[in-house]
Write a protein that binds this ligand. Structure first.
Ligand code: FES
Length: 328
């Protein structure tokens, strides 16, 4: 079972008619753009954090009620100030490697959640320019409208917001987005519904933006429940050796060939990050420094990530006799 933390909800803020922010009375480390996994009654769901670790005193997630969405309905109907929730540690790799980078951000609907976390951190800590393209159905569905306006007023030379309202302009097409050509040298971050992200990715690629400058966060739906599952029993058989660097500490383990890396680490008391355990969320992502592994499943990393040596610990088995892995 996952090592989870219990946190008390400080307040629930109604952001729009169907979106709420759940603010926690808690203090933990996280990076802008990361997500939390919450126990929502009998299921677990991942929700991005909309707070900035650099600006906001209290962490928060923002959740939009989705028609027929069990997790979002459970939160909107059950969570109040004083509710105690089970959460897994912050996870995810949708985070700028430098807050000084120039950033071109695309958010569709509630995809603004991790993006506003990045915006607040970059504007307060970095020195680069930030351009946000924010697509919504109509004006009433724009989450964080006044907060974005205040940030644009405070940083007129560094921050620009381009609102795109489907009710007025229809859906954006790759041709519309070519107007963003002056910003294609920036690091791009995309979060929103799949059709929106497909259009944006296509537009960026057609303007010559390389894959390694396009960072995509996909909404995922967990089929399992990491709060309930137990770690498998140790397997017998042939073993490799793995050296792992996590939180500035080095560990060396014998690694059975048929045991997934994440299971090995958890069994040995290492607090490696994870959420879905099914290759879908990237919470467990780490980097191979030496050797080779094979992944049983991968629904989240793209070729560029794989070329950089990124793998999913929850799906990795050893191939070579010696493997070196880092989480830094
Ligand atoms: S824990 Fe989600 S991909 Fe590994």
């Amino acid at each position: 079972m996952a090592e989870y933390q219990q946190v008390t909800v400080a307040e629930v803020v109604q952001e729009t008619a169907d979106a709420v922010s759940v603010v926690f009375d808690a203090d933990f480390d996280y990076r802008p753009g990361q997500f939390l996994t919450l126990r929502c009654g009998p299921v677990a769901r991942c929700y991005s954090m909309s707070s900035s670790p650099h600006v906001d005193d209290r962490p928060q997630v923002t959740i939009k009620r989705i028609p027929d969405g069990y997790g979002s309905a459970w939160v909107c109907d059950n969570v109040r100030a004083g509710t105690v929730l089970d959460i897994l540690p912050p996870a995810g790799i949708f985070t700028p490697s430098s807050l000084d980078d120039n950033l071109l951000l695309f958010a569709g609907g509630s995809g603004i959640t991790p993006v506003i976390s990045i915006i607040k951190s970059a504007l307060s800590q970095g020195g680069g320019r930030v351009v946000l393209v924010y697509a919504n159905r109509d004006e009433s569905s724009v989450i964080f409208a006044s907060e974005l306006r205040a940030l644009a007023d405070k940083h007129p030379d560094r921050f620009m917001v381009i609102h795109w309202l489907e009710s007025l302009q229809g859906l954006p097409t790759p041709r519309h987005l070519t107007a963003l050509r002056p910003f294609t040298g920036f690091q791009s971050f995309l979060c929103g519904p799949a059709p929106f992200m497909d259009v944006v990715s296509q537009a960026l690629r057609s303007m010559g933006v390389p894959r390694d400058r396009i960072h995509v966060e996909r909404f995922i739906s967990l089929s399992g429940n990491p709060f309930e599952e137990t770690v498998e029993e140790p397997a017998d058989g042939d073993e490799a050796t793995v050296e792992v660097e996590l939180d500035d500490e080095q560990h060396t383990f014998q690694w059975p060939r048929n045991k997934k890396l994440l299971d090995l680490l958890l069994e040995n008391g290492i607090k490696a990050p994870y959420s879905c355990r099914e290759g879908a969320c990237s919470a467990c992502a780490c980097r191979i420094e030496q050797g080779e592994v094979k992944m049983l499943q991968n629904e989240i990393l793209d070729q560029e990530d794989l070329d950089d040596g990124i793998v999913l610990a929850c799906q990795s088995l050893p191939v070579t006799d010696e493997v070196k892995i880092t989480y830094s």
